[in-house]
Design a protein around this ligand. Sequence first.
Ligand code: MC0
Length: 150
Amino acid sequence: VTDVLDGVRLTRIDHVGIAVTNLDEAIERYRATFGLAVVAVETNPAQGVREAMLKISSSDVATPSSYVQLLEPLGPDTPVGKFLARRGEGIHHIGYGVEDVAAAMEILTQQGIRVLDERPRHGSLGASIAFIHPKDLNGVLTELVQAAHG
Ligand code: MC0
């Protein structure tokens, strides 16, 4: 992250979030199709989801993994629940890696981009996250992910 004019530096694609109606069935489908390892299944009440992270392994050990994130809503009146009702299953958001999510949020806010969170929130695998409004990024709900260290 440098300054406002340069925008926010994205380091990688951290995950692709996919809205699903049945998490356990979706996990089995992705496992059987791609042989992905399930590294975590977590419930995040604040985000209204039960979710699984499936690791896409890189052959280069220096490159951090990226993930398929399967998202099942905890109820109809949650972001993923509303998305499923309106659009059905499919890609819900893209998560990009950043080094410093709080600094990134500040830069985007100064640029007039709508950051949906006032402060970083808890994401999968201990990450700090923030969402950007899909209408400000060409219809794609976008998440910034500062991975947990150690
Ligand atoms: C809604 N819209 C989307 C969208 N959801 N567009 C693209 N991708 C999505 N996922 C569009 C609608 O179609 C509508 O467009 C417009 O945005 C406003 O929709 P709305 O129904 O008025 O608004 P809401 O109440 O559904 O809110 C949408 C919004 C919300 C994106 C602001 O879902 C939100 O704050 N999401 C961030 C949190 C989140 O999604 N959490 C779940 C994943 P039209 O053209 O019809 O007006 S949690 C997660 O993933 C964590 C655990 C992690 O990664 O670690």
